[in-house]
Design a protein around this ligand. Structure first.
Ligand SMILES: *Cc1c(COP(=O)(O)O)cnc(C)c1O
Length: 393
């Protein structure tokens, strides 16, 4: 008889463990992958079991959701993962879990724009104020903390502008003051940055991006090390009635995880090749990629990250809008669209999305954000080269 090792061996390296993660679920069927279980009602054998400790309703998800959370926790070294129907819902769940009316949250000024919208909107209306801090504040965060500070919210690298935060310096101060820290770690996908090793309490992942990896799923997760934090996150999702996404989406995300390290390896290598090529172009004022030595936070990146992702930005030298449109509208391989982490390359002109409050964005040229996909980087470079020819007119 062959011995089937469903759980995997904790001494295996990550990409090996990922081949087994979640496979214990539905093993009876003999299939390699867990089954997709849809449902609302859960039936019980007797009235005694109705109010027992197990799953009681479909909002809590089924085996496929458990398989995914098990795998996510394994990647990140978390005690538990809690699913949410989108990455943004995971962000808002985390913020709502650790705030109360009368409190305040400190949020990096480089934060994902919809996170800012939530803080300035619903959170403010419910009596929690937000103050923004310079993403490069580091230990200077101490001076911003007040008696009502309940959370410090990090995102590293920052959305669009890619600042690396000194997470250990910030979490050390937060811990000493009993303040919870949350990081939006979507860029690293929990792979090349380990939030819990750097003292962060809660990690947020938009699974929509690299985990699902094929631009066909919206899903998010919050992860924590402390079981009390995991319980709090679960309670918030339950109280909000959020549920944990469709079973098919959980299945696709788990499937995506098997190849995620491979995809990120290729996308980060191609991303670096494209970024290096761009940094030699006369039309480009700056390349914002933390793995390049020219990035102001490169030393922090090297200290805290073990690798890059395929998402970075550039600042162009100032050009007329019509010329920029000629360049971007005519690209053959780069799609124009939001989100990232899929197999196809994307670019957005995000100059108008820069609405920072304290660390003002003053670059005069256009800010372009790239997500590098799985195409051959030589073809991507040729596409951009033709774009620069259109830019010149
Ligand atoms: C995309 C994204 C999110 C939100 O994810 P959705 O699943 O699209 O809601 C949150 N944070 C960051 C940094 C993101 O890039």
């Amino acid at each position: 008889m062959r011995k089937v090792n469903d759980r995997g061996d904790p001494t295996w390296r990550l990409s090996t463990r990922l081949m087994r993660a979640g496979r214990a679920q539905g093993r009876e069927s003999g299939a390699v992958n867990p089954p997709i279980q849809r449902g609302s009602t859960v039936l019980f054998p007797d009235i005694e079991a109705l109010h027992g400790p197990g799953k009681s309703y479909g909002l809590e998800g089924f085996g496929i959701h458990d398989a995914l959370t098990e795998a996510l926790a394994d990647i990140s070294g978390a005690t538990g993962a809690v699913l949410a129907p989108s990455g943004l819902a995971a962000v808002t769940t985390a913020l709502l879990s650790f705030t109360r009316a009368g409190g305040e949250v400190l949020v990096t000024d480089s934060v994902y724009a919809p996170t800012r919208r939530f803080c300035d909107g619903l959170l403010t209306r419910h009596g929690v104020t937000t103050r923004y801090f310079d993403p490069r504040i580091g230990a200077g965060i101490e001076a911003m903390i007040s008696p009502s500070t309940q959370i410090i919210f990090l995102e590293s690298p920052g959305s669009l502008t890619l600042e690396i935060q000194d997470a250990p310096a910030i979490t050390r101060i937060a811990k000493a003051r009993g303040i919870a820290t949350i990081i939006d770690d979507t860029w690293s996908a929990g792979l090349h940055f380990k939030p819990f090793d750097h003292g962060v309490d809660v990690s947020v992942q938009a699974l929509t991006k690299y985990q699902a990896g094929h631009a066909d799923v919206l899903l998010g997760a919050t992860l924590a090390l402390d079981p009390a934090h995991v319980a709090r996150l679960k309670q918030t999702v339950k109280e909000l009635g959020l549920g944990c996404g469709a079973a098919e989406d959980a299945y696709l995300t788990l499937r995506g995880l098997r190849t995620m390290p491979l995809r990120i390896e290729r996308q980060s290598a191609s991303g670096l090749a494209v970024a290096e090529w761009l940094s030699r172009r006369p039309e480009v004022a700056r390349v914002l990629h933390p793995a390049l030595a020219s990035h102001p936070d490169h030393a922090l990146f090297q200290r805290d990250f073990t690798g890059a992702a395929g998402v970075f930005s550039i600042v162009l030298k100032p050009v007329a809008k019509a010329r920029l449109a000629a360049m971007l509208d005519g690209l053959a391989l780069f799609g124009l669209g939001f989100s990232w982490g899929g197999y196809e390359s994307l670019v957005i002109n995000c100059t108008e999305q820069e609405t920072r409050k304290v660390a003002r964005w003053t670059e005069p040229g256009a800010l372009l954000r790239f997500s590098i996909g799985l195409e051959d980087p030589a073809d991507l470079i040729a596409d951009l080269d033709a774009g620069f020819a259109r830019l010149a007119g």
